[in-house]
Design a protein. Structure first.
Length: 619
């Protein structure tokens, strides 16, 4: 009979087991077979709930809870089981205690969201936040006998939201206080969405928000700026203007000002064009001051005619005595450390002599300096930049100063190299494909007795070639297999187009069952396709007595795969240089699979050994 009374404790995961094994004789709750039905029912619901749930029972709120709730007390679990809530939550009792007491007294439930509880964790008080509810549990007499509690922690969400709000407020404050005039134009009509006080002061108006540029500033419509904004919005290319004359109608007074400005296209979170960020600086006073002094005017023009990024200046003999902050931010070098001739040490060793030669020529002749070179970034990486400089001369024609800039174009350079590599690979594949077609026709014709037999066999091989080609298509997102594949099945599919019916004995495959993940299967398909193509064109598969042995075995955490060609009829010449196919295989092994490759050329054919991580292959 006692076992039947305790069926409410059946199951319930680890906490159900802990409650069953707990010594309740010395606890005020007493043994479970004496617990009231109301507690039994509530505890049964608690233990079988997948949501963090706890029960606080009796006048001192003795604690019972499920597995999902056991992570909430942290290091207090499992010590907290059966203990009074005030003892378990002594650090936050001043917050939750009155809430518990009120539910017990009134019988009304309570819920709260993002409640801050100063909880002690690891001996340190921390600011934590919680969503939780506490509901009354009524006993057999109808009075509130306990509390049913469910909740979850929201600390990370609250702190992230607070950080985001603080960042937005900080950026808004920076935007408002920025000394430069800045604004955001939305959509193809260039509607003013944001404009800081400096921008409103620049244009002499406070009522431009929500209006398009031609509505808010009608005087600029005939000066070519609307067309320029249209071009920037449609092309997505930024535009920078230097000392551009603009006629503004400020408080009813038309006045020409000179502005440095940037139109920078911006996109929304989905990558669609959103609008244009505008930054303008009124340089009218500077222009007027520069006009008063010829040397100042020439210095200003030299800077204006250089790209604004990293800016530097030298004496007539080329001694570097000034860099702007962007130079030091980019290179990570201490201020003053690259003065004089030390700048050349920042260049890639292979570029230093070339840069020095061109710079010395410019110093001697006054010819503008223009060069692309690799500059050491603060990360230690060498990045491609473009350097420009021009000199300023006095009335006698003598060079009195040099002003120059450096602009990072590394990403553009790398993109172009990637494009060239892709074109090389495409050309390589096309040539291989035509040669493979020729070999397939030859092999099929040699082994067929009739035209119909040849047609049928050739069609089957072309279909097999198409299936294998799907695995090695260049750059296509859907070129990867739809699921994992066994290595032996992949090898059979790749090799099938290269073998006639009579040649299937020319290839042997041996090794344990290895499952390849989607990404590694594509890379392995590319490697086997390249090896099979080369073997057909130059190696063992193109010889009457040629054979190819492909084997693989496990070596610790690695897989070792060997490709071995055998041929006794004629020696196969070793290539005089590393071909594109070899570079392609090395790139796939080392880049995509993170392994090692060793290629040895012998008169009997190529021998190749791959060492690959099993974990990487399963990816």
């Amino acid at each position: 009979m006692r076992d039947e009374m305790l069926t409410f404790l059946n199951g319930g995961g680890r906490m159900g087991e802990r409650i069953r094994l707990f010594d309740w004789r010395s606890n005020s709750l007493g043994p479970p077979d004496s617990w009231p039905q109301s507690l039994r029912s509530a505890l049964s619901i608690c233990l079988y709930s997948s949501f963090p749930t706890a029960i606080y029972w009796g006048p001192d709120f003795r604690l019972l809870y499920n597995d999902a709730w056991s992570v909430i007390p942290g290091e207090r679990h499992p010590w907290a089981l059966g203990r009074p809530a005030k003892e378990v939550w002594s650090d936050i009792w001043h917050v939750v205690g009155p809430q518990f007491e009120n539910v017990m007294a009134t019988g009304e439930g309570f819920s709260t969201y993002d409640e801050m509880l100063p909880m002690v964790r690891g001996g340190v008080q921390q600011e934590t936040y919680w969503n939780y509810s506490i509901s009354p549990i009524r006993g057999e007499d109808g009075e509130v006998a306990g509390i049913f509690n469910q909740g979850n922690e929201t600390t990370q969400i609250v702190l992230a939201r607070r950080s985001s709000q603080q960042e937005i407020a900080r950026l808004s404050l920076m935007f408002e206080q920025a000394p430069g005039a800045t604004a955001v134009l939305r959509g193809p009509r260039h509607v003013f969405e944001i404009a800081n006080p400096a921008y409103l002061q620049l244009v002499g108006r406070n009522d431009i928000l929500g209006k398009s540029v031609d509505q808010a500033l009608p005087e600029v419509a005939s000066q070519g700026f609307i067309e320029l904004l249209d071009t920037v919005y449609k092309s997505g290319e930024p535009y920078a203007g230097r000392a551009i004359p603009v006629v503004l109608d400020r408080s009813g007074i038309r006045e020409q000002r000179h502005l440095d400005f940037v139109y920078q296209p911006i996109s929304d979170g989905a990558g669609d064009r959103y609008g244009i960020f505008v930054q303008a600086t009124d340089v009218t006073d500077t222009i007027r001051a520069v006009a008063a002094l010829r040397e100042s005017e020439e210095r200003y023009q030299a800077i204006v005619n250089s790209i604004d990024q990293m800016i530097w200046s030298t004496l007539p003999d080329g001694y570097h005595d000034y860099y702007n902050d962007r130079w030091y931010e980019y290179t990570g070098m201490p201020k003053g450390s690259t003065d004089g001739e030390a700048w050349n040490g920042m260049f890639h060793p292979d570029d230093q002599e070339r840069a020095w030669k061109l710079w010395r020529h410019s110093l001697a002749t006054g010819t503008p300096y223009h060069i692309e070179y690799r500059l050491r970034h603060r990360s230690g990486e060498y990045r491609w930049v473009i350097g420009r400089a021009q000199c300023v001369r006095n009335e006698a024609g003598e060079i009195i100063r040099w002003y120059g800039t450096c602009t990072d174009l590394h990403d553009l350079k790398m993109a172009e190299e990637a494009r060239q590599l892709l074109m090389q690979e495409l050309n390589h594949r096309v040539k291989n494909l035509f040669q493979l077609f020729e070999a397939m026709v030859y092999m099929t014709g040699r082994s067929s007795n009739t035209t119909a037999e040849m047609s049928s066999a050739l069609k089957a091989r072309l279909q097999a070639l198409s299936r294998a080609h799907d695995l090695v298509r260049i750059g296509a997102a859907d070129s990867m297999p739809a699921h994992s594949v066994l290595l032996i099945h992949l090898a059979e599919q790749i090799l099938a187009p290269h073998l006639s019916d009579a040649q299937h004995g020319k290839v042997s495959l041996a090794g344990p069952e290895i499952l390849l993940g989607e990404k590694s299967a594509s890379a392995m398909a590319l490697i086997l396709h390249e090896l099979a193509t080369n073997a057909t064109k130059y190696g063992a598969l193109g010889r009457a007595d040629g054979k190819v042995m492909i084997g693989w075995e496990l070596a610790g955490k690695d897989l070792v795969l060997t490709w071995s060609e055998r041929n006794s009829s004629a020696a196969i010449a070793k290539p005089t240089s590393t071909g594109f196919g070899s570079r392609l295989i090395k790139s796939a092994v080392e880049g995509q699979l993170g392994g090692k490759v060793d290629i040895v050329w012998k008169p009997s054919g190529v021998q190749l050994r791959l060492e690959l991580s099993q974990a990487r292959l399963r990816d």
